[in-house]
Design a protein around this ligand. Structure first.
Ligand SMILES: [Zn+2]
Length: 69
């Protein structure tokens, strides 16, 4: 029952030095390389960095909680 046209990409952003997940519906004849290049060019580096920092915080918090038990 999945939506067949939604594809998942992992373009690499050289500015963030990391790859990010991208879900997109592309027409069959779309130029994927051009689309990904555009996505990287428009990547919100700051938001991505904040997101990664927040994820690391959660992980550290969980580890601390586990040690208490
Ligand atoms: Zn970026």
């Amino acid at each position: 029952m999945a939506i067949p046209n939604v594809k998942r990409f992992r373009p690499f952003c050289p500015t963030c030095n990391d790859s990010f997940t991208l879900m997109a519906v592309l027409p069959q004849q779309a130029n994927v390389d051009a689309y990904l290049a555009d996505a990287v060019a428009r990547h919100d580096h700051k938001a991505f960095g904040d997101q990664k920092a927040a994820m690391n915080k959660v992980r550290v918090g969980q580890q601390k909680q586990q040690k208490k038990k």
